[in-house]
Design a protein. Structure first.
Length: 581
């Protein structure tokens, strides 16, 4: 090999502290540093010291360092897979003392560190000796937050405001917040009993303003808040200052119900129907109904005196149709109903509209037990007397009487076949004495008389006691007409209609022994004129009148008892019939 070739050959940088020299230098370094070695290690960094190699072996100045570290031992085999430090220094002239600090390490962790050196070619040195160091444990917690403030309350939320502390005191960036709240002040002693919020924000760099809104709170309630902060170890800060604020109070009440209606009325119950108001006016869902009823009109002034129903339904979403049946009412009684609605505060709505209804009457008048009958003052008359029953049993005033008479004994099974008075007297209040004279009876004839009382709901009493009396004697109508040629009726007569019961038509027959002015009329059980079938002069003969079940206004009559009465000069008679639909 020529001299020129020898002088141009490049010598690789020597490894840092090779072989026996490395051991000797480490001993010397340890003697110089002594017990201060710990000063080169912190919780997140390790400071390295070495003597720079040369560019050509131990002479000159190398070009670049490659410093790497790992939590496992370093070998040539794993060199390219381990972490490379950033910001390595440039090599100094061979033999110089050099230092470099690796940062960003984890506390309480053992690291293995090594260096390679390259020249400008680059030719790389071999692996340096491997050193290991354990970083110190992190002991400095974040500072306690001292400016926590609470504000911007709503019905269910309060916002918190503070400045971020650091990772170490007031430096760096912490790792996590723990935000808690309670309805009494928070201390270190009761910290674990306070409610921890979910999804706390991540700490920002020290000194940055942060905020968070705590939701799901109860309205009209004072809450206390505190924060603790931790670093990555974790080291926890002390308790922050305690901030407090009160949620607001709901002030919008539900709307007043305006469409309350009543239906399905029975003797003891009434169904109420309405559309649900909202929680706030006509929006949302209210919390509770208060349904009340009374026998006088309900107002806000007497609301507390009205009877509250039990078992009211829960309000549904605003606008939804709802109903509720009030039970336990007294029959035949007029009731007024109203509703107020409450939200969760509770804020009460105004009074609803106040409809009224009368429960059905299912209590019949008492049966008359003191009926008496005597001959009247004139021919063909019987006068009866009795004590008025009530509308409900022996209370109140009944609506009408049905006075029955027959030549046969009247019983509870055949009373519908008896004749009855077309125009009975109106009932007096219960307990008062009443009387009535039956006219147009056959003079000197024995009749059986009985009375039934009815209320406005057509509840009928049982049959009264039955009394017998002979009608007053007097003139007996002579039905023999001087023009009678044997082909004419022998007497005035009114036959039972047929069919009976009927729907919708029935036929009424009557006979006239002589010419007479005839009036044939239909009455309801209240004695009110329903229809006039005939009102004209009629010659002697037999007649049949068809009634189509319509009243004088052309309207179909309702199901029930009806009486028909014929008057022909001084002859009068009546019978009953039944319309069934």
């Amino acid at each position: 090999m020529s001299k020129t070739a020898r002088t141009s050959r490049k010598v690789q940088p020597r490894p840092i502290l090779p072989l026996a020299s490395l051991a000797l230098l480490l001993i010397l370094w340890a003697l110089v540093v002594g017990n201060s070695a710990a000063q080169n290690v912190t919780s997140t960094s390790v400071t390295l010291h070495w003597t720079s190699p040369g560019d050509n072996g131990n002479t000159g100045t190398a070009t670049i360092y490659d410093i790497r570290y790992s939590t496992a031992n370093i070998t040539e085999a794993n060199w390219n897979t381990i972490s490379q430090a950033s910001g390595e220094p440039s090599p100094q002239v061979a033999g110089s003392d050099e230092t470099f600090t690796i940062t960003g390490l984890q506390p309480s962790t053992t690291y293995y560190i090594s260096i390679k050196t390259a020249d400008e070619v680059p030719n790389w040195s071999g692996l340096s000796n491997i050193i290991s160091r354990t970083t110190l444990a992190e002991t400095t917690p974040p500072s306690a937050i001292a400016n926590l403030a609470a504000g911007s309350p709503t019905l269910s939320s309060i916002s918190l405001y503070w400045s971020a502390p650091g990772d170490d005191g007031n430096v760096g960036t912490a790792t996590q917040y723990d935000i808690r709240y309670a309805t009494s002040t928070i201390t270190e002693a009761n910290w674990n009993n306070a409610t921890q919020i979910a999804n706390e924000p991540t700490p920002l760099v020290a000194g940055t303003s942060q905020n968070y809104t705590v939701t799901g709170l109860s309205q009209s309630t004072t809450y206390y808040f505190a924060i603790k902060t931790r670093d990555e170890v974790p080291n926890w800060s002390a308790l922050s200052n305690i901030a407090s604020a009160a949620t607001t109070t709901e002030s919008t009440s539900p709307s007043a119900i305006a469409d309350l209606t009543l239906d399905q009325i029975t003797a003891t119950g009434v169904r109420l129907q309405w559309h649900a108001p909202g929680d706030d006016g006509t929006v949302g869902t209210a919390a509770q109904y208060d349904v009340r009823y009374a026998t006088v009109p309900i107002t806000l002034a007497n609301w507390n005196q009205a009877t509250q129903a039990t078992g009211e339904p829960a309000p549904l979403l605003a606008g939804t149709s709802q109903n509720f049946t009030v039970t336990g009412l007294t029959p035949d009684t007029r009731y007024y109903f109203a509703i107020r609605t409450a939200d969760e505060v509770p804020n009460l709505s105004g009074l609803s509209n106040v409809p009224d209804a009368t429960t059905l009457d299912n209590v019949a008048p008492s049966n008359i037990m003191d009926l008496s009958a005597l001959p009247g003052d004139n021919g063909g008359e019987i006068t009866i007397t009795w004590t008025a029953p009530g509308d409900n049993g022996s209370q109140g005033t009944a609506s009408y009487y049905l006075i029955l008479y027959s030549n046969d004994t009247i019983t509870s099974s055949n009373w519908e076949e008896a004749d009855y008075c077309v125009s009975p007297p109106s009932p007096l209040p219960a307990g008062q004495s009443q009387s009535h004279t039956l006219c147009d009876l056959t003079p000197g004839t024995e009749y059986c008389v009985a009375v039934k009382a009815y209320d406005e709901a057509l509840n009928g009493s049982n049959l009264s006691n039955v009394e017998f009396s002979v009608s007053q004697t007097g003139f007996i109508l002579d039905t023999d007409d001087e023009d009678d040629d044997g082909s004419l009726p022998e007497k005035f007569a009114l036959s039972q209609n047929y069919p009976n019961p009927f729907n919708p038509n029935t036929v009424i027959e009557y006979s006239l022994p002589r010419t007479a002015h005839v009036k044939l009329e239909i009455y309801n059980v209240l004695g009110q004129l329903t229809a006039t079938l005939l009102d004209s002069q009629m010659p002697a003969g037999k007649y049949a009148v068809d009634w189509n079940g319509l009243d004088n206004n052309g309207l179909a009559v309702a199901t029930g008892l009806y009486m028909y009465r014929i008057q022909a000069d001084d002859f009068s008679q009546s019978r009953k019939m039944v319309m069934v639909k």
